[in-house]
Each structure stands twice: as structure tokens, then as C-alpha cells.
Design a protein around this ligand. Sequence first.
Ligand SMILES: Nc1ncnc2c1ncn2[C@@H]1O[C@H](COP(=O)(O)OP(=O)(O)O)[C@@H](O)[C@H]1O
Ligand SMILES: [Mg+2]
Length: 329
Amino acid sequence: MEPILEVRNLTTQIPTRRGLLTAVDDVSFTLHKGEIFGVVGESGSGKSMTCRSLLRLLPSSARTVQGSAVYRGSDLLRLPPKAFNQVRGREIAMIFQDAMAVLNPVHRIGDQLTEAMLAHRVVATPAEARARAVELLRKVGIPAPERRLQDYPHQFSGGMCQRLVIAIALSCQPQIILADEPTTALDVTIQDQILKLLIGLQHELGVSLVLVTHDMGVVAQSCQRVAVMYAGQIVEIADTVSLFTAPKHPYTRGLLACVPQLAADGEVLPLAPIPGSPPDLVHPPAGCRFHPRCPLASEECRHGTFPLQQVGQQHVSACIKHEELGPLS
Ligand SMILES: Nc1ncnc2c1ncn2[C@@H]1O[C@H](COP(=O)(O)OP(=O)(O)O)[C@@H](O)[C@H]1O
Ligand SMILES: [Mg+2]
């Protein structure tokens, strides 16, 4: 497994009226070439801010105050703006949750698709860009692509817009795609289609994909490895099979218990949501941030720091009590 992106100690803060909010706290992970790497966690755990920090697309007041993200020998966080603009969109693309917020309502689909290709000189001429735009629309399953190039985003349904955003992300043949909840804004029936499209394209193109989701079902269907985020920190990273069969963090266990399960007789088992709510990231709890909600918490969990420890071959966890977690029944 060859690394393509190495994120180390990434920390991003946002000033708020109540004080400094640490949205991403000392996050480290490695993305391998050609894999789908899931990032899961409840809403507000720092998943989007992690992606945005990597692509330097933060709210104007937010600052990445520590860390590195090494891609092809350069730290993305320290590249001069001009060099960074060669990477963003060209080598590393992002797909956001809300397609409508990305698409420009007054520009034709065709122009929005060809813009990055021409700017990054992936194609030599507008005619070549147009031909490639048609091919891309076909690839993401948009019928009558030649005609559709003339349309405006409002003429597309939500699902079609997300297909279009995927086409734009693919247009410059990136090495890495950061997909931030790419299906969350869509109808349930469309979600599955778009996810399958994205996974199919990832397999076909061999691109490395970071797939951010709050949906454990999506992770099970698509990812090779997964990072679990809680309160701005990564608390567990594992291959998908280990994560689902033998999670080594009580928070992960809690997330899995939130997924509807069927009993042998077809009865839907009751959900067990994690009690309490995620902490305030301006004043997070001392010690393990999960301890106020954790069934295993004891005195030693209330103080100190909890770095990720090796707990299996491809498996790290921040929980010092992981041995008390038996396999899932
Ligand atoms: N523009 C912003 N201003 C202030 N706080 C923000 C802003 N965006 C996100 N946050 C805070 O940063 C933390 C992480 O948010 P985010 O990365 O969006 O979480 P996730 O994507 O996991 O739902 C949350 O506490 C959220 O409230
Ligand atoms: Mg988010």
C-alpha cells in the first residue's frame, strides 16, 4: 500500500464569540493510492473542517495552526498560493454535500464543466474541452449530454446536479478526491445511485477517495479503511472489516449500535443511540473527550491525553480500555 497523502497533526481553529473553537485537533492519517478511505462521526465532529483544511477552503476567520499534509513531496499547507492552485482542482478535487452551492446558477453546464479543464490546461482547445465535457456527462449517467451542455443548473434535478459535480471533480483527472457527504442532500432512492456511481468511477479510474459520511451503511458498502472522528479528533482507524466486527473504541461501538439491525426473525431490533450529545469544542472535556458519554469511563479517563495506539495489524484506537470491549455479538 503506497501512501499518496500523509496528514500529520492537523489542527484548525475558529475564533468564536465564546472563545477559540478547535474544530480539527491534532488529526493524523495516511491515504493510500487507489483506496476508499472513510471518515465517519456524528455531525460537528470536524469531518468537513478536516477536508477544508487540506484544500485550504476554510471560513475566512479559521486558521490551520499546526500540522502538515504531504502530497508528492510537498506540504499542501505550506505551498505558495500559485503552486497550490495547480494542485487544487487539478490533482486534488473536492465534492461537497450541497451541489447547488457549488454550481453557478447563471452559467451554462458546459461552461462550468470546461472551465477547470481549460484553466489547468488539461485540454488544448475549447473544442477539445467540449468533447471531453460530453464524455464526462455520459460517464456520470446524464442522458443526451450534447444537448445538456446548454442547460443551466436549475434545469437539473438534485441527483443530476450531484452527478454534474462529480463530473466536474473528475474533469482534470485528479489523483485524490475528497467527497464530503456527497449523497446526504439527496433523496434516499437517489443516494444509493450516486454512491454506486462514485464507487464505480473510483474503481475504474483508480483514484484515491476520501469519503466523508455520517452513515455507517455507506462505509460498509464502499470503504477499505475508516477513520472515526469524535469532537475534532480521530479516535480509531481500522480496515472496514475489523471496524465492523471488532471495534476498539466505545464511540465506534456506539455508532454501530445506531445502525438499524434485523433479528433472525426479520424483526427490526431497537436502536441504541449514544446517550448525551457531542461536547462543546470551545471548552471540550478534559481527558478522553468521550468520557462523559462512555459506558466504560473511569477515573483515569478524565485526565491526560489519549493518543492513538496500535491495537491490531491495521488498527489504532485512542481508548485505553479497548481490551474491555469484546467482539460484537
Ligand atoms: N463557519 C464556522 N464558524 C464557526 N464554527 C464552525 C464553522 N464551521 C464549522 N464550525 C464548527 O466546527 C466544528 C466542526 O464542524 P464540521 O467540520 O463542519 O463537522 P462535521 O463535518 O463533522 O459535521 C463544529 O463544532 C462546528 O460547529
Ligand atoms: Mg460536514
